[in-house]
Design a protein around this ligand. Structure first.
Ligand code: NAG
Ligand code: NAG
Ligand code: NAG
Ligand code: NAG
Length: 507
């Protein structure tokens, strides 16, 4: 049930005033006349006011239970139990209705298979911008995987290497417009910094409402554009925690951030791609033609210089865009025309630009009326793996290029948040070389120690899985022979890595 519109308009100003920083006042939803919000909570919340509860008291699979919390009077959570994906644990799906119910963020929550009452809490988000976290759920690390062989009667198969083996995990479709998340009144979110406000609202309400998780260690994970999202989202939490602490409110016990094949240091993207395509960074013998590699080699210095001048040292939207057009023409077109999978150069691209056969099957599965009912989907839209509208909106603000995201990473490290930067070595898009370059160059207090530390092998059961090094709260790790979606390609190694990481062990 949505709030009535008149009340929505009246109370928006207050909602944003109390929840968002002044910087965010450009949001279209705040351009509403001021009014008195005083009648809002009692009148609209009515009998539905439940403030905190144990998830186990939610038993209905047919209807949502609506929760309101006094600390967040302008948001509500709707949650239901679901017989989806993992019959061995309790599964819940639902929406967080942010900003008077104008924005609806969809989530899947899976209890830990081990000890839900004591295990850590983890969040997973996919990238894009605009891609749904159900892709990560159903193709990579979720408790079930899309059934590609017609062996299951319910469309999915059990995943023994799911990350909920030892963590409570939620998958969030964000920002609004992604997956099953949606908005009313044409409201959009078009930058990572704006998306961070809604993600913070979601996470804090989650921890305050589901009381059994209050204070539980929390890890934020994701991949690809998550390399831009996660450092900003985690910084929002750290900064808001400061305010909450000063005001005597509960804080979020953020422990770590895990970024897989992330898009963080954009300046090194093209030189990394050259090493993957034409060097020995991925395959012993490069697959790209000599002719193309020579052309790339000659264009690279000009591309890097133009990016440094216009995107990095001094961001200028028009000149940065021109630099990127040159770089893509000279350094990316050869890869696309090779027909290889840009997320895993050991394979050919199949299907659309996302290159995997699973994409279409996941879409058909999630669009089934029976799946939507099972999940409680209320979005008016059909499912898209990646929303092109959201992607375009982010590009219109040059979101990927306008802020060096590694500054956020350094800020988090200085405040004791552990950071795991991991990368499959076969990815071309957000390749490991590019990640190594920005991590090596990052300015932070542990930089010297990190530079001095030797690389070492890490592995599972005595078999080498990749290479790693650490200093302070920072760990970098490669996963040999995995593409962009590490858990899809190397499920055993990826689970081992995550369990050691959240257990506080070295890889
Ligand atoms: C609240 O619930 C009680 C008991 O369930 C019911 O009698 C009452 O009418 C409800 N009030 C409202 C405003 O819905
Ligand atoms: C799975 O079954 C459906 C219908 O039962 C059929 O249309 C489809 O081709 C099958 N797919 C595979 C991969 O066997
Ligand atoms: C779906 O089917 C698979 C294979 O038949 C089974 O292993 C799994 O437990 C089922 N999932 C649910 C949620 O019942
Ligand atoms: C969703 O897909 C169905 C079937 O392809 C189509 O009829 C419907 O118009 C689509 N809805 C939206 C909102 O795009």
């Amino acid at each position: 049930m949505l709030f009535r519109l008149t009340v929505v308009l009246a109370a928006l100003q207050v909602a944003f005033a109390s929840f968002q920083t002044p910087l965010n006042f450009a949001s279209p939803s705040t351009n509403q006349p001021l009014g008195s919000p005083s009648s809002f909570p009692s009148e609209d919340v009515g009998n539905q006011t439940i403030t905190t509860l144990h998830l186990s008291s939610i038993t209905s699979e047919d209807t949502y239970t609506t929760l309101n919390h006094p600390n967040f009077p302008y948001h509500q959570v709707r949650v239901k139990k679901s017989n989806f994906c993992d019959p061995s644990v309790n599964v819940y799906t639902g929406y967080l209705d942010v900003a008077q119910g104008a924005k609806h963020l969809f989530f899947y929550f899976f209890e830990s298979r081990n000890d839900p009452d004591n295990d850590d809490v983890m969040m997973w988000i996919n990238g894009g911008p605009g891609c749904s976290s159900s892709m990560g759920l159903l193709m990579e690390l979720g408790p079930c995987q899309i059934d590609m062989k017609n062996v299951s009667s319910n469309g999915t198969t059990w995943n023994p290497y799911s990350w909920n083996e030892r963590a409570n995990i939620f998958f969030l479709d964000q920002p609004i417009g992604v997956g099953f998340s949606y908005s009313d009144h044409g409201i959009t979110v078009e930058t990572t910094e704006d998306a961070a406000k809604d993600v913070y609202a979601f996470i804090s309400i989650f921890f305050e409402t589901f009381s059994q998780f209050s204070g539980r260690p929390f890890h934020m994970s994701g991949e690809s554009y998550g390399g831009r999202y996660l450092p900003v989202f985690a910084s929002e939490i750290v900064d808001r925690n400061q305010v909450a602490k000063a005001e005597g409110r509960p804080t979020i016990n953020l422990k770590s951030v895990l970024i897989g094949n992330g898009n963080t240091g954009i300046a090194s993207q093209y030189s990394g791609r050259f090493e993957i395509e034409c060097g020995g960074a991925a395959l012993d013998v490069p697959f790209q033609s000599i002719n193309t590699c020579v052309r790339m080699k000659m264009a690279l210095p000009r591309c890097q210089e133009a990016m440094r001048r216009n995107c990095v040292d001094h961001f200028d939207a028009i000149n940065c865009q021109a630099a990127l057009t040159f770089c893509d023409d000279e350094l990316s077109s050869g890869m696309w025309s090779s027909g290889r999978n840009v997320y895993d150069i050991s394979k050919m691209c199949v299907g659309d630009d996302l290159c995997y056969a699973e994409n279409e099957v996941i879409k058909s599965f999630l669009d089934l009326p029976s799946t939507r009912t099972l999940l409680g989907v209320e979005s008016p839209n059909n499912f898209s793996a990646c929303s092109s509208t959201v992607g375009r909106n982010f590009v219109s603000h040059m979101d990927k290029w306008n802020t060096p995201t590694q500054y956020y990473v350094a800020g988090l490290l200085e405040r004791g948040i552990r950071m795991l930067i991991y990368a499959g070595t076969y990815d071309w898009q957000c390749n490991w070389v590019s990640n190594k370059i920005w991590v090596d160059a990052m300015e932070w207090s542990g930089a010297e120690e990190y530079a001095r530390t030797e690389w070492r092998d890490w592995g599972v059961d005595g078999v080498k899985a990749g290479e790693t090094k650490s200093a302070g709260s920072l760990t970098f790790a490669t996963i040999l022979g995995a593409g962009h979606m590490v858990p899809h390609d190397k499920p055993v190694e990826s689970l081992a890595m995550v369990l050691r990481w959240i257990g506080g062990e070295t890889l």
